[in-house]
Design a protein. Structure first.
Length: 122
């Protein structure tokens, strides 16, 4: 019984720690850090064009690469062009929502989900 209680308590504590980590402030990642598995540096990713999945319409460009620390990228800041997206400004979007396409990136998520991501302010 005590083992089950300990396991349940540990799971609750770990899930709380994960949630807290997700809310931790992000920092700019150093230009020489390589984003895996893309094998591209932060410097090569910044200013890359961001395309819409499916039709390839240009949505905006990468403004910054953010991470949990200066060496651990976790998200991109995309500066959106209101003419093609219906909204303007910069959004913080997790790396797993992108796929590389040469020197460009394709955004693989819906406009509704993009709208739910946090705004970025310098």
């Amino acid at each position: 019984m005590h083992r089950m209680l300990l396991a349940a308590t540990t799971a609750v504590l770990l899930s709380g720690a994960a949630a807290q980590a997700q809310n931790a402030p992000l920092v700019e990642v150093a230009d020489n850090v390589v984003l895996q598995p893309w094998n591209k540096t932060v410097d090569a990713i910044e200013d890359a064009k961001v395309l819409k999945s499916g039709d390839g319409v240009e949505l905006g460009e990468v403004e910054e690469v953010l991470g949990s620390d200066a060496n651990t990228p976790v998200a991109l800041v995309v500066d959106f062009d209101g003419a093609t997206t219906g909204f303007t400004g910069s959004k913080v979007i997790p790396l797993d929502r992108f796929t590389p396409d040469g020197a460009r990136l394709t955004l693989t998520t819906s406009a509704v989900e993009v709208a739910s991501f946090p705004n970025y302010r310098d």
